[in-house]
Design a protein around this ligand. Structure first.
Ligand SMILES: Nc1ncnc2c1ncn2[C@@H]1O[C@H](COP(=O)(O)OP(=O)(O)O)[C@@H](O)[C@H]1O
Ligand SMILES: [Mg+2]
Length: 355
């Protein structure tokens, strides 16, 4: 039996395990402090659902394991400095940026980047954490520890956010899903929409950029690229060297989900282009208790992560897919009263995209 060990035991590892089951692939998500002896990694291909990890008995063992796919790519992407340097090296468009080394640089930063500066921690940020939106009068708010540990980039006045999820196989072939349209609120993904009909130019630009990145890194598996939509084309925001929240719709909206695609790529199994037959909407469940009433709606696929519910925490998602946008629209309308009020604007945004 094929075996895969996933470093990290959150929801992404759980969904990789679920995707492996029908294929006869045993997937073992493992926590960072698991006893190395208890993990069957000798017989496994190793992947990760996180980008960065502390030194533990387990990670020390895995770090020197030859079957750890993309092992040397993670540190490049986990540090926003080296990630941005990669975009520059490949001459790929990204939000203008620089390293923020000292307080003295602020006048020059605003000169160069404009009125709104977005400061981001080089490592460890997620869901909008480790980020500051600053104008010239606000820079004293930034903790001193940030200097040298952060990059600063131009605040982009984008018309929308999209992401491309794709995979590269061991032989260098690539496959991609259609671009996903994403709504973030306070830095956290709330809702995604993916269509069968694509904006060809945008799709091609995105595929060329992500291909160039994956080839440069010799990457194998699923990677996600988040972009801002601007009048001049796409700007890359950031990369994730793993399955991604904005690709969760593929569990129910594609013939091969991103989780299965990742397993196929790292195990050197066939990698055909996934078939997409309808429009998909994904609603992230954030800090919300499980509600059985969602299951009254036949189009709703519930994915519940079995985590303790805490404010701001991703605890599950709902996928809806249909070939008729009108039916999706009606389903979303029926979902609104079954969710807390803060979901209404994200669902209205998805409905607007469908119409
Ligand atoms: N340069 C920027 N200009 C405007 N908005 C931004 C910029 N960078 C990030 N954001 C907003 O913050 C969100 C989260 O930022 P991101 O860099 O993707 O960090 P995270 O790792 O938390 O996802 C983005 O999806 C976008 O909505
Ligand atoms: Mg992001």
């Amino acid at each position: 039996m094929k075996q895969v060990c996933v470093l990290g035991n959150g929801q992404l590892g759980r969904m990789l395990r679920q995707a492996g089951e029908p294929l006869g692939i045993a997937v073992w998500p493992v926590g960072l402090d698991a006893e190395p002896e208890a993990v069957p990694f000798q017989q496994s291909v190793i992947t990760a659902e996180i980008e960065r990890w502390p030194e533990t008995a387990l990670t020390r063992e895995l770090a020197r394991h030859p079957a750890f796919v993309n092992r040397d790519v993670f540190p490049i992407i986990a540090d926003r400095l080296t990630q941005k340097q990669l975009f520059d090296k490949l001459e790929l468009p990204t939000a203008p940026w620089q390293l923020l080394a000292s307080e003295a640089e602020w006048p020059e930063v605003f000169d160069k980047l404009g009125d709104l500066a977005i400061v981001k921690r080089r490592t460890g940020g997620y869901d909008g954490r480790g980020q500051w939106r600053l104008r010239a009068g606000d820079t004293a708010q930034l903790p001193q520890a940030c200097y040298g540990e952060c990059i600063v980039e131009q605040g982009i006045n984008f018309s929308g956010e999209v992401s491309l999820v794709g995979a590269r196989g061991q032989n260098g072939e690539t496959v991609f899903y259609p671009l996903t349209h994403n709504l973030h609120q306070d830095g956290i993904l709330r809702t995604s929409v993916a269509f069968t009909h694509i904006h060809i130019e945008q799709q091609q630009q995105a595929e060329q950029m992500l291909s160039a990145i994956m080839h440069e890194l010799g990457y194998v598996g699923v990677m996600a690229m988040e972009c801002f939509v601007t009048p001049g084309g796409l700007l890359i925001n950031e990369l994730a060297p793993r399955v991604h929240n904005s690709g969760h719709w593929t569990q129910n909206g594609a013939s091969i989900s991103q989780f299965e695609l990742h397993l196929r790529a790292i195990l050197n199994l066939p990698l055909p282009q996934p078939v997409i037959n309808g429009t998909s909407v994904m609603v992230n469940l954030i800090g919300t208790e499980l509600n059985d009433a969602w299951l009254q709606l036949p189009l709703v696929h519930l994915h519940w992560y079995d985590k303790e519910v805490r404010p701001g925490r991703k605890v599950g998602h709902l996928n809806l897919t249909d070939t008729e946008n009108g039916r999706l629209d009606a389903s979303l309308e029926a979902l609104v009263p079954l969710l807390p009020p803060e979901y209404a604007s994200g669902i209205a945004w998805a409905q607007m995209k469908l119409r």
